[in-house]
Design a protein around this ligand. Structure first.
Ligand SMILES: [Zn+2]
Length: 110
């Protein structure tokens, strides 16, 4: 049935955050998916359906709301329930972007 998958190399799937439009590895992004029950957060990234990806910070979600990126990316119209669900999830996220690589700007001599 399924072809054997070899683990060779380190291919990390890249996805674009619909909030800030930055490409990141899929594992750094939160997936949302359109299901028959509405738009849902997909923590397992395995639900079938059209999905979209966002960084785990509120700024990206705000940006996505503002430009209606959810509806566009998922090719659907968000219901009020969808919006509330997404907003409720957004509230659980840190307000700021997660720290990535920190530049060593602090030259601190003893
Ligand atoms: Zn983002």
């Amino acid at each position: 049935m399924a072809p054997k998958k070899r683990r060779r190399g380190k291919h990390i799937p890249q996805r674009t955050c619909i909030g800030c439009r930055t490409v990141s590895s899929k594992w750094e992004l939160i997936r949302i998916v359109r299901t028959p029950d509405g738009v849902q957060i997909d923590p397992t990234r395995r639900l079938p359906g059209r999905g979209a990806y966002l960084h785990a910070n509120r700024a990206c979600w705000e940006a996505a709301f503002k430009r209606r990126a959810f509806a566009r990316a998922l090719r659907t119209t968000l219901t009020q329930a969808d919006i509330q669900r997404l907003r409720a999830f957004m509230e659980t996220l840190p307000a700021e972007e997660l720290p990535r690589e920190e530049p060593e700007s602090e030259a601190n001599g003893g």
